[in-house]
Every structure is written in C-alpha cells, then in structure tokens.
Design a protein around this ligand. Structure first.
Ligand code: MG
Length: 291
C-alpha cells in the first residue's frame, strides 16, 4: 500500500487501486502513520481489508507532510554507502576523516539527523540555516521500521521493515567538516525533506532493480541503482540493532550515490531559488525548493 500524511496533525491517507488518495483519518483506524505502525501487523491487515472506495477522497487542497513528520527520535543515517560517492567525498577535501581519500568503509558509518530537521514535500529548504553557504543535497532511500527488535539477524531483517520512503540528507558541507562529527552539519533545522509517500515493503520491487535519481533545476545529478549499496538493507538493520534497540517508526536513511554538489569542481552548492527533486519509483518524487 502507498500512504501519505497530510495536514497539521499528519492525518493518514492511502492510495486506492485507481491512484486516488483516500482519507483514513475518520475510518476508525489509526489516524497517523506512526500510530498505524505502532499498532502492529494486524492493524495494517485491517486497513488492507477496507473497501477503500467507500472512504472520502482526500481534498485536493490537502497539504502533504512528511510521512513521519515528527519521528520519535533522530533519523539514523549511513555515510559513504555507495562506492563512487565514497571516492567523491573522500577526495573532495570536505571529509575530515579521510586518509587516502578513496577508502571504502569496512563497516557502516552511522550518524543521525535531529527530528527537527524534517520537512515535507514542497517545503522550502532554509539555506540560510547554514552559516557557511555550503548547502548540498543527498538523495536517499529511507527504511521505516515496523516491528522493533534488538540484535536482529540479517536473514530476519526484511521482516522488520514496514516500508520505504525518500529522504534528502541535506548537508552543510563546511559545518560537516568543521565539527568532524556529522550531527551538526546534517541535523540542521529544515535539512531533512522526507516523502512524498511511504510504500509498504510488500509493494516495493526487489531493491536491486530500483533506481534513484536526483534532479537539480532540471539537471540530472544523481542516477544509481540501489544494487550499488555497499551495505544493503539487511546489513544496516543488523548493524544498528546490534547496539541500539530498533522501535516501530524508526527511520534509516541508507546513504547517497555519487553526484552530490561537492563532487563538482568548483562545488555546485544549493542556493535560494533552486529546486531539488529526488525520485525513486514507486515511492514517487520528493521535490523541494530552496529558500
Ligand atoms: Mg547522506
């Protein structure tokens, strides 16, 4: 199923077979995506059994939000998880931890983005929040955890995935370098566009054939298959849950492929008036202007 969240209280809507968004918020089912995930697999099964066409259409004027606009805790993120991007970043001069510059990490690099960084589809990325004018985009597939757990085995990991969405891991490159740890440079208010929808795990194709593209002002900058991930979805879930108990609604952004702004000489950083669109089918296109 494909869910979107909308309005000030992030009400839930679902897409029917004809592509029409139906408002679930008055159906007696969990009113938000976070509540639906926390209610467990049977709650999702009940939504599947609903006659969606009997539900009201979502008003065309409804403002979509991030699928999970107020995550219960920081968004887990993965650094340097595509080979070409690891080289691009390591040799850019912005990677404070680089040694030779072209190293492929031998274990996942995990950091997080603050919950206050989340904005929705169409919301403006507030570039002035980066004091260094070094705002960069990173299109990424994001995992949303369903059933939580600790020390999840890789073979069991996909059973813990509720669904997938898109995240733009917007970054202040100079803050990322200045503070070495990436929390400040990547956790800036408004620097985590998310959406436009969540697709449940059963409706995503095999991830190895799924493509991610990022378009800035009509110019394609990123174009990669998710098969190019160094550490795949099961490995990421197993790695994080070895240390930290995962909970329903946790979000894991899986890393970005080559083609970010710092990879160009000179870097192509974002500026007010730009538009960034990250596309992953069948989730859709996450498009945001820069203010
Ligand atoms: Mg990233």
């Amino acid at each position: 199923m494909k869910f979107v969240s909308w309005g000030d209280t992030a009400n839930l809507a679902v897409r029917d077979n004809d592509g029409v968004l139906r408002d679930l918020s008055k159906s007696g089912r969990p009113a938000t995506l976070q509540a639906l995930i926390e209610a467990g697999p049977e709650a999702l099964a009940k939504v599947r059994r609903l006659d969606l066409k009997s539900l009201p259409c979502l008003d065309a004027s409804a403002k979509l939000t991030a699928p999970l606009p107020k995550p219960r805790r920081n968004i887990f993120c993965v650094g340097k998880n595509y080979r070409e991007h690891a080289r691009e970043f390591g040799t850019s001069g912005f990677d404070g931890g680089a040694v030779g510059g072209d190293e492929i990490p031998d274990a996942p690099i995990i950091f997080s983005k603050a919950t206050t960084s989340v904005i929705g589809p169409g919301d403006a990325i507030p570039s002035a929040n980066d004091p260094f004018n070094s705002v960069d985009y990173e299109g990424e597939l994001a995992i949303v955890i369903g059933t939580g757990g600790r020390a999840i085995a890789p073979e069991a990991a996909l059973g813990h995935v509720f669904g997938y969405t898109i995240v733009n891991d917007v970054t202040s490159r100079d803050a990322q370098k200045k503070h070495q740890q990436w929390l400040l440079g990547k956790g800036i208010d408004g620097f985590c566009p998310m959406g436009p929808a969540l697709v449940t795990a059963d409706e995503m194709p095999d991830l190895s054939v799924v493509r991610l593209t990022t378009i800035v002002n009509g110019e394609q900058r990123q174009n990669a298959l998710l098969a190019d991930l160094i550490f795949d979805v099961p490995t990421l879930i197993a790695t994080i849950s070895r240390y930290i108990t995962l909970s329903p609604g946790d979000i894991i952004a899986t890393g970005t492929p080559a083609g970010v702004g710092l990879g160009f000489k000179p870097p192509k950083f974002l500026k007010p008036g730009d538009r960034v669109a990250v596309r992953i089918d069948p989730i859709g296109t996450l498009e945001n202007p820069v203010s």
